[in-house]
Design a protein around this ligand. Structure first.
Ligand SMILES: [Zn+2]
Length: 58
């Protein structure tokens, strides 16, 4: 079964915008940038993964 590249939706409080961020190549975290101010964020993936699809970047 082909696995699509996973992503999550993040609300960036800095600019009040949503963006999708993707799993890094080591599958240890989701990494991405605020589309407005380019602030970089990283959300670690737990051992059992996360079922949440939405996050807020403080
Ligand atoms: Zn921003």
């Amino acid at each position: 079964m082909a696995e699509k590249r996973k992503y999550i939706c993040v609300l960036f409080n800095c600019c009040n915008v949503y963006n999708r961020i993707y799993v890094n190549k080591d599958k240890t975290a989701y990494v991405g940038w605020c589309p407005s101010c380019m602030r970089r964020i990283r959300i670690a993936i737990g051992r059992e993964g996360t079922s949440n699809r939405f996050f807020t970047a403080q």
